[in-house]
Design a protein. Sequence first.
Length: 303
Amino acid sequence: MDLTPDPFPLGKGSVASGAVVAGVDGVESRHVRVNGVEQRVLVAGPEGGPPLVMLHGLGGSADDWLEVMPRLAGQYRVVAPDAPGHGLSEKPAGFVYDRDGYVRATLGLLDALDVRRAPVLAISGGGSVAVSIALDHAERVSKLVLVDAAGLGRDVAWSYRATTLPWAPWVFRRSMRSMTPQSLEVFGKSLLHRRDRLPRGWAERRLQIWSTEGAVPAFFGTVQAGMSLRGQRVDHTRRLHEVRQPALIVWGRQDPVIPVRHGIRAARLMPNARLHIFDDCGHMPIWEYVEEFSGLVAGFLGE
């Protein structure tokens, strides 16, 4: 379905007019068609304000940023897309769900929105995409915030490596028959150290996403491209000295998915990086320490 072009405050593109995101003040949902793929984008903040781009991780969505977006939207026009194959974006069978595919999609979206240069805030799998853009399209990234980011080493939890096994998609589809918000809540809390910080409504939104057409093939396509039983396929470690942008690396000390030593090493290798580790925190500082995280990022971006 083609979208009727509609003016979008950040630039040009085939854009559908927005709707307010329920329960979140000041956040709107838009739809943008880029390279034939319709992507959902959450936006917040003053029109004409300096852009701030937020990238989610593997299996996530722009909704993962809903706790943080309003806290940074006072000074920035925040742009948080659902990557192709994720969230409420289209999930075409012909899309190449690898790091390069996501880099092209992100750059295409920013072109459509006329965002030429911006700070990029990325978590987990989105971090690998952000580092790729910072390395190979340095003119597009003014500052970099990496949160428990993939792509900074090979290690990753064995539960994630197991999703690369040949029978994993079949097992997952069978489990979907009995999937409930309660069972997804158990998974969401397993990412956290402070398990009471799972955002309200996250499990219901995630169940809605898993029910969309193409969600399962897109997820496993991303998994197969990004991981193996040996760990992460993409490791930027040898090129981190080339990242010249000011960078803030944030990690949860008890991250059960990607070990904190990746962040420590990256901060040492990147010439303009600093590191902040949250104690008593798992894979999602953006949920577990919302206020502290938002203040940390606001201070860094304001320098």
